[in-house]
Design a protein around this ligand. Structure first.
Ligand SMILES: CC(=O)N[C@H]1[C@@H](OP(=O)(O)OP(=O)(O)OC[C@H]2O[C@@H](n3ccc(=O)[nH]c3=O)[C@H](O)[C@@H]2O)O[C@H](CO)[C@@H](O)[C@@H]1O
Ligand SMILES: C=C(OP(=O)(O)O)C(=O)O
Length: 427
């Protein structure tokens, strides 16, 4: 397994282009199943999760053509055509690699009247059930049985519109039901829907494909189902989690980064918290710049919440930053029950963190020191990279395949700004 060796201590300075968002690209790719036309997605990031979704769609029979023949360059475009499909089954081997595979469920049952999708199961950050995806589709008339680890969904006469109130905000369930509702007979109202920018991006793409959706960007989505959708071309929104991660990279190393294509309004809660920590954001023509205001970062408290709150996907990175802040910080995780696995690894680097249930009290220390550490999930991994960039000496991050799920060319991007990171090839 590959490792990352980081020699820390250098402030990062320069400019980083933000990639297309993984968490927008995955549902957008699944949306191709809703039409026999071609869906073209621009700004597709080059990530392991995108390859997993491409493999899943390919085994459903989706035809995929990368424009210019490129499969590996950044900002590439892909044409996805699901005129006919060969299978409505999403097998365990592909779904277990990535939970977002469950996003094919809604489109498949809506267009083809049936789907058999492996239950994604739990993962490192929590149990992550899919009961809301299932209840929502049942409300739209799908018959669902769970058998031998698979969700068997059928709606031979098609789905029908329904009113569905989410008892808890769920990004994935909102996406699945939103896509399904576009082809249901009649009107669907999704209440207490998630409002993450990735959902707004998906909704805009669906509208470009002929869907009728109102309330986009709010927690109440109203969809008038159509008999069919058509092909469209859509540019994937920039990755706010990658943006927020590199914001922390500038702040933790004491440098200044320009994040080209970064959308400040998509990380407003992060910017507000960091402004309180004395980090300064300056809009530019192509994105924004970020740096410390007065030489040091102050400890601030944050609590993760659904958008527009502080994102859980930036909690680990924020914790890394708070490790060397002046004063203390209370970080509370409300979305996932087991998302503090970076804590013992950060402690190996000299961090002073005490966990009480869903809150972690971080007492800032003057300096972290390099150490061998283990990456446990995507955002935990990158928090260790951030800590390594700021630490004195050498850090080796093991099991970095998690990083490749969500960060495009991370060493290239950070090394171009003065980082010293090297990938060591494993077996
Ligand atoms: C590919 C993708 O976009 N992943 C993101 C998506 O994950 P994902 O869509 O899986 O996360 P959800 O918003 O669904 O999960 C939020 C909470 O709801 C719970 N829940 C969810 C569905 C359900 O049927 N039942 C249920 O109880 C989950 O266990 C969790 O505690 O949103 C998360 C929350 O912002 C992010 O951390 C992930 O990066
Ligand atoms: C948790 C994440 O992804 P996933 O939902 O695919 O596990 C993430 O992007 O941080």
């Amino acid at each position: 397994m590959d490792k990352l060796r980081i020699r820390g201590g250098a402030p990062l300075n320069g400019s980083i282009r933000i990639s297309g968002a993984k968490n927008a690209a995955l549902p957008l790719m699944a949306a191709c199943l809703l039409t026999e036309g071609t869906l073209t997605l621009d700004n597709l990031p080059h990530l392991a999760d995108i390859t997993t979704m491409a493999n899943l769609l390919a085994q459903h029979g989706v035809d995929m053509v990368y424009e210019g023949g490129a499969t590996s360059c950044a900002q590439r475009a892909v044409n996805l055509t699901a005129t006919t499909i060969t299978s409505t089954e999403a097998p365990y081997d592909l779904v277990r690699k990535m939970r977002a595979s469950v996003l094919v469920l809604g489109p498949l049952v809506a267009r083809f009247g049936q789907a058999k999708v492996s239950l994604p199961g739990g993962c490192a950050i929590g149990t992550r059930p899919v009961d809301l995806h299932i209840k929502g589709l049942q409300a739209m008339g799908a018959k669902i049985e769970l058998e031998a680890g698979y969700i068997h969904a059928s709606a031979p006469e098609g789905l029908r519109g329904a009113e569905f109130v989410f008892p808890q905000v769920s990004v994935g369930a909102t996406e699945n039901l939103l896509m399904a509702a576009c082809l249901a007979k009649g009107e669907t109202v999704l209440i207490n829907a998630a409002r993450e920018p990735e959902i707004t991006d998906l909704a805009h793409c669906l509208v470009a494909m002929g869907a009728e959706i109102s309330g986009i960007g709010t927690d109440r989505l109203h969809i008038v189902g159509k008999p069919s959708l058509h092909g469209a071309r859509h540019r994937i929104v920039s990755d706010r989690i990658e943006t927020g991660t590199y914001v922390m990279a500038a702040a933790i190393t004491g440098g200044e980064l320009e994040l080209v294509g970064g959308e400040l309004e998509h990380i407003q809660a992060v910017a507000t918290a960091l402004t309180g920590a004395e980090v300064v954001f300056t809009p530019t023509d192509t994105g924004f710049k970020v740096r410390r205001a007065n030489g040091e970062v102050l400890g601030v408290d944050v609590m993760t919440e659904p958008f527009p709150g502080f994102p859980t996907d930036l909690q680990a990175q924020m914790m890394a930053l708070m490790c060397t802040a002046k004063g203390a910080s209370m970080i509370t995780e409300t979305i996932f029950e087991n998302r503090f696995m970076h804590v013992p690894e950060l402690a190996r680097m000299g961090a002073n963190i005490t966990v009480h249930g869903s809150s972690a009290l971080v007492r800032g220390v003057p300096r972290l020191t390099g150490a061998p550490v283990m990456a446990t999930d995507l955002r935990a991994s990158v928090s260790l990279v951030l800590a390594g960039l700021a630490a004195q000496g050498e850090t080796t991050v093991n099991r970095i395949y998690h990083l490749d799920r969500g960060y495009e060319r991370i060493e290239d991007k950070l090394n171009a700004c003065g980082a010293q990171m090297e990938r060591l090839k494993g077996d």
